[in-house]
Design a protein around this ligand. Structure first.
Ligand SMILES: [Zn+2]
Length: 328
């Protein structure tokens, strides 16, 4: 399909509804997203793209059914760096191809005019380079060339397999954002950026400012910047700062409270610093669907043009947000 028009549609002021969480929804439906996890997730839901392909496609279909204009392929951590953690580094293309295929197949069957965003996540959690050290960017962890190549190769594969846009998401550091969008743009598709875990004061995960992010991105090929995987109130603080500083389209998709390793609560190793207390995957009942519809209205008024959900949101949340996002 001819999809570069997504940029034209956004430039004309149109609102687009994004899907909700996929990994958390897979887990809620019984798919194993925790292969080889102990205290931490490893490659998270990457392997589910093959082992639970039908569930992945059903989640995509359900988001399309409630009106999502954009679904994000389940490529979150089908990355070489993350799959290395379960001994599958050399198979990353197999999982990445399955993930984008599941999304394209669901889209073609359910709603051919919707967009598939090939969604790739930052490859590390930016822990210190050695235990106890300050958090380090992906660029520091991998080196700029290897980091760049990880994004570029993945984006190229997703473009070749039918993605309409590339979404570089779960980014925490400004320098990583610059590398990611520049590398992803090599695939020749529009590039969307998702910045993760905005703090209550509207700063980025490790304290950098969204205004500095916008300045750093000047001249780089990024069409949309979205605040993601953050709690809804933090997005409401950060969004006006981003809107003021960034010339392109802005958007938002919030984390409603997700505890991915909850099923391992009773199996954790003693080295865990934060042992889970609860086996509940969804941690928060505060952000029920109609509450998220209210947030959607607030973010729309703040200038967000792409709005959806991240972890712990499901089709019921997107259904509730739909009339607010798409209504006049
Ligand atoms: Zn999330």
């Amino acid at each position: 399909m001819t999809t570069h028009s997504i940029v034209d549609r956004l430039h004309s002021g149109e609102m687009l509804l994004l899907d909700g969480g996929t990994g958390s929804e897979l887990q809620r439906r019984g798919a194993d997203v925790l292969k080889d996890a102990d205290d931490q997730v490893m490659a998270w839901s990457a392997t589910a793209n093959i082992e639970y392909a039908d569930v992945v496609r059903q989640v995509h279909s359900d988001y399309l059914r409630v009106g999502a204009d954009i679904i994000i392929s389940n490529n979150f951590w089908t990355t070489p760096t993350r799959l290395e953690r379960i001994g599958e580094r050399d198979n990353w293309r197999k999982y990445a191809t399955a993930a984008i295929g599941n999304a394209v197949q669901a889209r073609d069957a359910m709603r051919p005019d919707a967009y598939v965003a090939g969604g790739i996540a930052a490859p590390t959690l930016q822990e210190g380079l050695t235990p106890g050290q300050q958090p380090a960017s992906d660029t520091q962890h991998l080196g700029v060339e290897a980091h760049r190549k990880e994004w570029a190769d993945h984006a190229k594969l997703l473009a070749d397999e039918g993605a309409d846009v590339i979404l570089a998401e779960f980014i925490a550091f400004i320098e990583d954002a610059v590398v990611a969008v520049d590398a992803c743009a090599e695939a020749g598709l529009p590039v969307l950026l998702g910045v993760r875990e905005i703090r209550r004061d509207g700063t980025m995960r490790f304290g950098e400012s969204l205004a500095d992010l916008a300045r750093a991105l000047e001249g780089y090929p990024v069409d949309v910047v979205m605040l993601m995987c953050s709690n809804p109130e933090s997005i409401s603080v950060g969004l006006p700062i981003l809107r003021e500083a960034f010339d392109g389209t802005v958007g938002a998709y919030a984390n409603l409270g997700y505890n991915p390793t909850a099923p391992l609560a009773n199996k954790r190793s003693s080295k865990s610093k934060e042992p889970g207390e609860s086996a509940d995957i969804i941690r928060n009942t505060e952000y029920y669907p109609s509450r998220m519809a209210e947030f959607a209205g607030v973010w729309k008024d703040m200038g967000a043009q792409i709005i959806g959900g991240c972890c712990a949101s499901g089709p019921e949340h997107i259904a509730a947000m739909q009339p607010v996002v798409k209504g006049g």
